[in-house]
Design a protein. Structure first.
Length: 154
């Protein structure tokens, strides 16, 4: 049991997101229809439920938001985004996974109003992509120990 003195004041939220790499070194982003990244381009993902693992979350969320069935291949890292809700701080911890598509097809939902494939150069230059997701993709490119192409192949 956790003692009262060890309980964090404020909120700490855990979510998982997926890096889905396309055939031309692009990544899939979705136009978020829900909070906290409403009307911004983000990696597919969402909050961990109390009865599931982080790995189960990334698989479930990607299918709910995109219609794609995925298998996680590697944990890229943990990232933090500090948010404010009703003047209260929220530490949003995001577990970023590289995933492979194993089935399904892209569908639209209330959470994902649009999709696009972007190169890293395009992501880093897009003002509608939150900094935390740019940081996740920087970590992804470093993790691979190869130069992740900044432009589409010719």
């Amino acid at each position: 049991m956790i003692s009262d003195k060890d309980i964090a004041k404020g909120k700490v939220l855990l979510s998982a997101c997926a890096i889905i790499e396309g055939k031309d070194n692009e990544v899939l982003l979705m136009y978020e229809g829900d909070m906290p990244y409403h009307k911004q381009w983000v990696l597919p993902g969402g909050y961990v439920r109390p009865d599931e693992t982080v790995e189960q979350t990334v698989i479930r969320e990607v299918e709910e938001e995109t219609g794609l069935k995925v298998a996680y291949t590697k944990l890229i890292g943990l990232y933090e985004d500090f948010l404010i809700e009703n003047y209260e701080p929220i530490n949003h911890v995001i577990a970023a996974y590289k995933v492979e598509v194993v089935g399904g097809r892209i569908v639209f939902s209330k959470e994902a109003m649009a999709y696009k494939w972007l190169t890293l150069k395009e992501v880093f230059g897009d003002t509608e992509v939150p900094e935390v997701f740019k940081g996740i993709l920087q970590g992804f490119s470093k993790e691979h120990k190869r130069r992740f192409s900044l432009s589409r192949r010719s």
